[in-house]
Design a protein around this ligand. Structure first.
Ligand SMILES: Cc1cc2nc3c(=O)[nH]c(=O)nc-3n(C[C@H](O)[C@H](O)[C@H](O)COP(=O)(O)O)c2cc1C
Length: 253
C-alpha cells in the first residue's frame, strides 16, 4: 500500500513533524511530498483543463497528480496561514479544479492535517474537507495541532484512515448535505459540458446518488430528496441554457 502525504508548508516545521509522526505509525510505503520541492505555477484561469482536458502550463503538477492518482491513501496537510490554508496548497488546489467536474480521486481515503499557532484550525480543516468532498474522496479524519502542543498522533486518530486503506471500515453515513452537493455537481456536469457528461456517464455516476455507494449508509428519505432536487436543478439548468440560446439567436437575427 502506498500513502502520499502532502506537506504544504515551505519548511520542514511542525506540519512536516506531524506527517513524519504519522508515517512512523503507518505500516505502509509512505512518501512525504514537500510542495516546495516542486514547480507549481499559478492557475491562469483559462479553464482549458475543464473545457479541453489538458493544462497549458508545463510544470510539475502533472507529475504530482499521477502520484496522487496512484496512491492507496492520501494525507493533505497545511499550516494555518491568515486563518486559511497555505498559498502553496491553494495554488495546487486551483491547478486541480478540473477534479470538481471530473475527479480522478473518487472514493480514495484521505486524512486531513493542520497546524496553527492558535487560531483557524477548525475552519481550515473544514475547508480541506469541503475540497476533498467535491473531488469525491472519502474523508477519514481530521488531525489538528497547536504548535505548543507536543502531543503525538494517536492510533485512534489514524484508525478510520487505516480501516479504509485496508477495506475494513464500517459503513460510512453520507449526510443529506453531501448528497445535495453531489447532485449540484451532477446537474452542472451533465448539462453544461459534453466532456463532463461523457465522464459522468462512463463512470456510472449519472445513475448514482453519491460518488461511491459501496459500504455507505444513505437514508432513503435523504436519497429521495436529493435525487428529486437533482432532477429539478437539471431541468432549470437546461431551461436556462435554452433561454440563453434563444436570446443569443434573437440578437444575431
Ligand atoms: C504567513 C503566516 C500566517 C500565519 N497565520 C496564522 C493565523 O492566522 N493564525 C494562527 O494561529 N497562526 C498563524 N500562523 C502560524 C502558523 O500556523 C504555525 O506556526 C504553523 O504551525 C507553522 O507550520 P510549519 O511549522 O509546518 O511551517 C501563521 C504563520 C505564517 C508564516
Amino acid at each position: 500500500m502506498k500513502i502520499i502525504a502532502i506537506n504544504s508548508s515551505m519548511r520542514k516545521g511542525r506540519t512536516y513533524e506531524l506527517l513524519t509522526n504519522i508515517g512512523k505509525k503507518l505500516d505502509y510505503d509512505f512518501e512525504i511530498i514537500n510542495l516546495k520541492d516542486y514547480k507549481i505555477n499559478y492557475c491562469l484561469g483559462c479553464e482549458v483543463c475543464i473545457k479541453k482536458d489538458y493544462c497549458v502550463i508545463k510544470d510539475d503538477v502533472e507529475k504530482l497528480k499521477e502520484k496522487l492518482i496512484n496512491a492507496d491513501g492520501i494525507i493533505i496537510s497545511t499550516p494555518v496561514y491568515i486563518e486559511n490554508i497555505s498559498g502553496a496548497l491553494k495554488t495546487f488546489f486551483d491547478r486541480n479544479c478540473k477534479w470538481v467536474h471530473r475527479s480522478e480521486l473518487i472514493g480514495k481515503p484521505v486524512l486531513l492535517v493542520s497546524t496553527t499557532a492558535g487560531s483557524g484550525l477548525k475552519e481550515v480543516l473544514n475547508y480541506l474537507e469541503s475540497v476533498v468532498i467535491s473531488w469525491g474522496m472519502k474523508p477519514c479524519g481530521k488531525i489538528g495541532r497547536k504548535i505548543q502542543e507536543k502531543k503525538d498522533v494517536s492510533s485512534e486518530e489514524l484508525q478510520l484512515f487505516i480501516d479504509n486503506i485496508e477495506g475494513k471500515s464500517k459503513k460510512e453515513i453520507i449526510k443529506l448535505s453531501r448528497l445535495i452537493r453531489f447532485q449540484v455537481q451532477k446537474a452542472m456536469s451533465t448539462n453544461l459540458l459534453d466532456l463532463d457528461k461523457h465522464f459522468w456517464e462512463k463512470n456510472g455516476l449519472i445513475i448514482k446518488s453519491y460518488f461511491y455507494e459501496e459500504n455507505t449508509k444513505i437514508n432513503p428519505i435523504s436519497k429521495f430528496i436529493s435525487n428529486q432536487f437533482g432532477k429539478f436543478l437539471s431541468k432549470k439548468i437546461r431551461e436556462n441554457a435554452q433561454k440563453v440560446k434563444i436570446q443569443g439567436g434573437d440578437k444575431i437575427g
